[in-house]
Design a binder for this molecule. Structure first.
Ligand code: MG
Ligand code: MG
Length: 269
């Protein structure tokens, strides 16, 4: 069941997405070699609560193994759903920070992959290609197009560079729930799948691997890693389908303003 949102609901979702954008920027001030991922999680949780919202990931999932963090922090070969903790970031790492909040009954959920200090050229290329593929997908996200048009745009852009497109995890609708219909795969065929309609709200989130697209789940029940242990990148935006260009509710601009390492913040275009 796909829920189309009213303009009033969309403004609530924009407020949630913007709080996530500000939270990622707050966290970016502390991303540098030597920081523990658990410290980043505490910063995000405090920031979200200070803004009268709820960390949406904390406690999410099965009752016998709920996700313990405010952020999903996924380093290097970790694709998504990494658990914050004692791991210390080091020069040359890449770290995906994924954040979800519930504010006034509506959810925001997006992610950015940071370079920690300097990273090598191949890693840099992975980050730039993944970010670009997100925007290629968003270009297709408009009324009258189909879900497969988004996936095709992401997949073709990344596979042309020799990268692997994760199949096991996908983007999604969001709104009054963190995950709503439809699923938004990062692969697909043009003109196939659910037709996009004005008022649909989607989280589009390419997860792109340097090597194979195949992934595994660690024994913690959450952390997804690449099957070949090569690096993976992940960027996510929340968008509203419109007749013309999609309305992007989230932004990475605040990261560019506040980051500890502004030279290594990539923005598209
Ligand atoms: Mg998501
Ligand atoms: Mg997310």
């Amino acid at each position: 069941m796909i829920y189309l949102k009213s303009d009033r609901e969309i403004e609530k979702m924009r407020a949630s997405a913007q709080l996530v954008s500000h939270t990622l920027a707050e966290v970016s001030k502390y991303i540098e070699p030597g920081v523990e991922t658990g410290k980043l999680d505490v910063i995000a949780e405090d920031f979200i609560k200070k803004h009268n919202a709820r960390p949406a990931f904390k406690g999410y999932g099965p009752a016998d193994n709920p996700f313990p963090g405010t952020l999903c922090i996924s380093v290097n070969e970790e694709v998504v759903h990494g658990i914050p903790g004692k791991r210390v970031l080091k020069e040359g790492d890449i770290v995906s920070v994924d954040c979800g909040v519930e504010l006034d009954g509506y959810f925001g959920d997006h992610a950015y992959t940071f370079a920690v200090g300097e990273c090598d050229d191949e890693t840099w290329h992975l980050l730039k290609t993944t970010l670009a593929s997100l925007y290629k997908g968003i270009e297709e996200a408009k009324h009258g197009k189909r879900i497969g048009d988004i996936g095709y745009a992401v997949q073709s852009h990344c596979e042309a560079e020799g990268f692997g497109v994760v199949r096991d995890l996908v983007g999604h609708g969001l709104g009054r729930s963190l995950h709503e219909d439809p699923s938004v795969p990062n692969y697909g065929k043009k003109g196939r799948g659910e037709r996009l309609r004005s008022g649909m709200t989607l989280a589009i989130e390419p997860m792109i691997n340097m090597g194979t697209w195949k992934v595994k789940t660690l024994n913690d029940g959450w952390t997804i890693i690449t099957a070949d242990n090569k690096y993976s990148a992940h960027f996510e935006h929340d968008v509203v389908i419109r007749e013309g260009e999609a309305d992007i509710l989230s932004t990475f601009d605040y990261i560019a303003e506040l980051s500890k390492n502004p030279d290594n913040v990539i923005l598209y275009g």
